[in-house]
Design a binder for this molecule. Structure first.
Ligand code: SF4
Length: 559
């Protein structure tokens, strides 16, 4: 029996699976297939980007496969450095090439759209003749391959249990070795899904999973252990709506009470089974949890900073600073509470870590097009961000998007404000990028900061784009092509709105192109030309005699 898994990528508020990330769904599907007797060598895995380049091997496998599984779903689509999510035409052509069982699932079950600000298309049956999993794709794959089922129509659509993903996550961890970026693959780890709040945000799809179904700590640790044995070194605890609420207790309020002991056991357990891990990051944190339980949250954040790796981000879903919008959409917190959450994370996480980035900083998510939004909302959001900046608090990233309305959410059919405020939205976004993002980046990583372990990912013309592995990594442009896949250290030289420019550290000045020399801190084109003409330099003394640029010595290598 042969199976093909095509990774069309997922991007949800509480789960990411675009390279270098691999989502848990892929690993669970592979584990379910293994459990039902498929051999590892007969479970093939391709990302959609790889499939586009492969005109021979993968299409042949698809033609002969007994089951072809496509995972897809962008509920919060973004722009990706070197990946393009699957589109409906591609899904159709993959399925039309096979006579085996065809399965389509993942967050696409909620609807399909590649762009924020547009309602998701809900009727996928018009686009493909595959079985579309209306619940969990991994459960469907397990049932259709394991229960002597006559036809896919007989398979009940259901959610998987925590016990099932304990088995499947371990059995499926081998699949990361088939990821095109392996071993530089970031494993998104699930601790729970579903929202523990009693009242839910109008736009959010997470409540469709029901109440929080916390995985036992040992299950998560054992999964990390299996992944580690298979070569994984990069982990993000990203598949949950709020890491602080992992194993939280319902005490009757709208927000459950956090359990610092549980987070300590989780992080300590992960470190024990993966001692040489290179990245351990987190994703979402509910600012309402931090504001409601400041002391418990401080304890948890200290644990995270003790056991994680630096450059970590707690993405806070503010959505809106406008109290009218907060009330109309049942959002998590009002702006003063968000401000307090930002202050607490800064208090614990803003020190610079070994990789050059602060240990842990907050990020902010803002959503427009929500009910109750007015022109004033834009002004209030801008003023809130200005207040944060003027208070010398750091925000590592500001994510601004327009709502994508999904069937089953309260906002569905109520998102007419997206179109009404489109021009205002674009203008205000530009203002935030200019007035907040760029000056904030200058504060977080001033020119001259050394960033460690930047992976060179893409050469384009005379530029190389690289990033550190991690949660929402900063994009770094290096003005000369580099070896793809190599890790280098980088000196920060300039700041863009949401990215920076840098040069390899230390810069081997005797062989460096002039495009890199002129990027060194404090050096312009003219100075660079003068230095370039005096190459090579024998040693420090020779360099000083010829240039008098003592301040450059700390960034260059004269060997
Ligand atoms: S708090 Fe709101 S945004 Fe977060 S998971 Fe719950 S419903 Fe979704």
């Amino acid at each position: 029996m042969k199976a093909i898994i095509i990774d069309g990528y997922v991007d949800e508020p509480a789960c990411f699976g675009v390279p270098p990330y691999i989502s848990p769904y892929i690993r669970y599907i592979a584990g379910a297939l293994r459990e039902n007797g498929f051999q590892e060598e007969n479970i093939h895995y391709f990302t959609i980007d790889d499939l586009r380049k492969d005109l021979d091997y993968a299409p042949r496998l698809i033609r002969r496969a007994d089951i072809t599984i496509v995972l897809s779903g962008m509920t919060v689509p973004g722009k990706y450095l070197r990946s393009t999510p699957i589109n409906l035409g591609e899904i159709q052509s993959i399925f039309s090439a096979t006579n085996g069982i065809k399965v389509l699932g993942g967050p696409i079950r909620l609807g399909f759209s590649l762009e924020g600000g547009k309602a998701a298309q809900s009727n996928l049956t018009d686009s493909t003749d595959a079985c579309i999993c209306s619940k969990d794709i991994e459960a469907f794959v397990a049932d259709i391959t394991g229960k002597n089922t006559e036809s896919p129509e007989d398979v009940e659509h259901r959610f998987r249990s925590v016990e099932e993903i304990r088995r499947w996550s371990n059995k499926g961890s081998f699949i990361i070795k088939k990821h095109p970026d392996y071993p530089n693959v970031m494993c998104e780890i699930e601790t729970y899904r579903g929202c523990g709040r009693k009242h839910h945000c109008s736009f959010c799809t997470e409540p469709s999973y029901g109440e929080s179904d916390y995985r036992p700590i040992m299950d998560v640790v054992s999964e990390v252990s299996e992944l580690y044995k298979n070569g994984a070194r990069f982990f993000r605890i990203g598949r949950q709506p709020d890491i602080l609420s992992y194993q939280a207790k319902d005490k009757g309020g709208n927000t459950p009470e956090p359990d610092p002991e549980a987070i300590l056991s989780l992080y300590r357990g992960i470190r024990n089974v993966a001692p040489e891990l290179k990245v351990l990051h987190m994703d979402n944190a509910n600012p309402g949890t931090i504001a409601n339980y400041p002391e418990l949250s401080r304890e948890i954040l200290k644990t995270i900073v003790k056991y994680h790796t630096p450059g970590d981000i707690a993405a806070l879903g503010m959505e809106s600073a406008d109290p009218e919008v907060v009330r109309a959409n049942g959002l998590k917190a009002f702006q003063d509470e968000i401000f307090e959450a930002i202050s607490i994370i800064n208090e614990i996480g803003r020190n610079r870590g070994a990789n050059g980035m602060p240990e842990l900083l907050p990020g902010i998510n803002i959503v427009h097009g929500l009910m109750g939004e007015s022109k004033k909302t834009f002004q209030l959001n801008y003023e809130f961000l200005k207040r944060v900046f003027d208070s010398d608090l750091l925000l590592r990233r500001i994510n601004i998007r327009q709502v994508m309305a999904f069937p089953g959410t309260r906002i569905y059919g109520n998102d007419e404000l997206v179109k009404k405020h489109k021009q205002l939205f674009l203008k205000y976004k530009e203002m935030i990028r200019r007035d907040i993002d760029m000056p904030m980046l200058k504060k977080i990583i001033p020119s001259g900061t050394i960033l460690r372990d930047v992976m060179c990912e893409l050469n384009s013309d005379k530029l190389c784009f690289g990033r550190q592995m991690g949660s929402y990594p900063l994009l770094i442009g290096i003005p000369a092509n580099q070896k793809i896949g190599e890790y280098i250290d980088v000196t920060v030289t300039r700041h863009g709105h949401r990215s920076i420019t840098g040069v390899p550290y230390p810069l081997k000045i005797n062989t460096a192109p002039i495009s890199l020399i002129q990027e060194l801190p404090g050096i312009g084109k003219k100075q660079a030309t003068k230095i370039y003409k005096k190459l090579p330099f024998e040693n420090e003394e020779d360099f000083m005699n010829k240039t008098s640029k003592e301040e450059l010595l700390k960034y260059i290598d004269l060997s």
